[in-house]
Design a protein around this ligand. Structure first.
Ligand code: ADP
Length: 427
């Protein structure tokens, strides 16, 4: 097989968000969790997204994983490459957006790319290089309290420059609004000034389409799923992609459902509260886990008694004060790891108990669940809410189970009744 677009995503829900965008733009897309091994049957596709769980790893590890993914995508014949990160630019002063982008550029023998996390449909816009979430600056949007990657500076030029060895420039909105040719001219100017990265302003989808068109000749593009909106059209114009834009249809996956939530974003907290209004819920508490309480067994007994009556909710999601308390005692990674391990075990046991439809909230949380289940790849189906499609598994090696339906929700995505809305339209 030979693919057109090869994508590397730094977390699992972000990967699905990107795959969703590409499918909606008519590109047949398959997503793998890590580069597929030689024993994996890769379905025919025009784009492959390799999802990594590298957002919060030490930068060296993230680079190594990303380069392995790149190598696989190059082997699959990809003509252009996309490094996908969160639309809220989730990263720490050490990385990993800058270091990974830099390593990919070197591996591709390139010295210029863009960085554009805008996702206007979900309220993420960039103006003069400042990232907004809705009407708020990133640093006042709740993201300043993120458990793993608190974002306290909204200037993407500054944030990225702190992570990179090479200078970062800006393509402002006036230039973006003027059209693809002007954007390309701005890229060329920044490049000639020695800038290796361009933060690109975008306020709406029309901007993203123009930016996408301007990225025609770039070997590497970095950004959120939004900027991928305009990339399929470049291949279509070159006669490499069919004009059929139908989204992938998924096989039907009947069975019991459950919602697992490990995201602490404001949006997820509201979704958890909404589901608690009509469905039973069980809270996983990192302090109880640390004290040796067997909350996994308790949650399983509790859930198994309720599964037949409809999907229950198991959540660790907590307000910033509770998260801080847990982190003060257990450390940021310590608390996260305990919860992720618990969620992963719960997911495994529930699948063994007959659950086939899982809605998982949180990028890291989804990563832990997917890895535990041994899912190696997914097909992408129709969209539930912007950025979140239903998917079905290609294989679940850990359990030898039949297909599962998975909705992997990035923390900040989805309407307030997302969880039940998703299960209502499960494949
Ligand atoms: P998001 O998509 O919102 O970023 P993630 O799952 O990626 O969500 O990240 C949330 C992190 O917070 C995970 O590592 C999760 O284990 C951790 N977490 C969840 N609940 C708590 C809690 N009550 N206390 C501390 N950390 C928590």
């Amino acid at each position: 097989m030979s693919i057109l677009l090869g994508c590397i995503a730094d977390d699992f829900t972000g990967a699905t968000d990107l795959a969703n965008t590409l499918v909606r733009q008519g590109m047949r897309t398959v997503q793998f969790f890590g580069p597929p091994g030689p024993d994996v049957d890769v379905p025919e596709a025009e784009a492959v997204v390799i999802a990594l769980k590298s957002r919060t790893n030490p930068a060296g590890e993230a680079i190594q994983q990303s380069l392995e993914a790149l190598q696989w995508l190059q082997g699959a014949g990809a003509e252009q490459f996309f490094f996908k990160y969160c639309s809220t630019f989730d990263s720490t002063p050490e990385g990993n957006i800058g270091p990974v982008a830099e390593a990919l550029l070197v591996a591709l023998d390139q010295d210029f790319t863009i960085a554009c996390p805008a996702f206007p449909e979900n309220g993420r816009t960039i103006c003069n290089g400042y990232l907004f979430v809705g009407a708020q600056l990133l640093s006042e949007s709740g993201m300043q309290n993120h458990p793993l990657t608190p974002m306290t500076d909204s200037s993407l030029v500054r944030v990225l420059a702190a992570q990179c060895r090479h200078p970062v420039g800006l393509v402002d909105h006036r230039t973006v609004a003027a059209g693809a040719a002007q954007i390309q001219a701005a890229f060329a100017k920044l490049h000639s000034e020695g800038k290796q990265y361009a933060i690109v302003d975008a306020l709406n989808d029309a901007d993203l389409l123009r930016i996408g068109a301007a990225c025609y000749g770039l070997k590497l593009i970095t950004g959120g799923s939004g900027v991928a909106l305009g990339l399929p059209e470049n291949f279509r114009r070159a006669g490499k992609l069919s004009t059929d834009t139908a989204a992938d249809s998924l096989p039907s996956v009947p069975g019991l459902g459950v919602v697992l939530s490990g995201s602490c974003s404001e949006v997820t907290l509201a979704q958890v509260a909404a589901m608690q209004g009509s469905r039973p819920s069980f809270r996983i508490d990192p302090l109880k886990l640390a004290a040796g309480e067997d909350q996994v067994a308790e949650a399983l007994t509790w859930a198994k008694a309720r599964l037949a009556d409809g999907p229950p909710l198991i959540y660790a999601s907590a307000a910033p004060n509770d998260v801080r308390m847990a982190q003060d005692k257990l450390g940021r990674a310590g608390a996260g790891d305990l919860i992720e391990a618990a969620m992963a075990k719960i997911a495994m046991s529930l699948v063994l108990a007959g659950v086939r439809r899982l809605v998982v909230a949180g990028g890291e949380t989804s990563g832990a669940v997917i890895q535990a289940l041994g899912v190696d790849g997914i097909r992408i189906g129709s969209q539930i809410d912007p950025g979140v499609p239903w998917t079905t598994t290609l294989r679940t090696t850990a359990l030898g189970q039949p297909e599962l339906a998975l909705a992997l929700k990035s923390g900040n995505f989805g309407v307030e009744d997302f969880f039940l809305k998703a299960l209502d339209c499960a494949p």
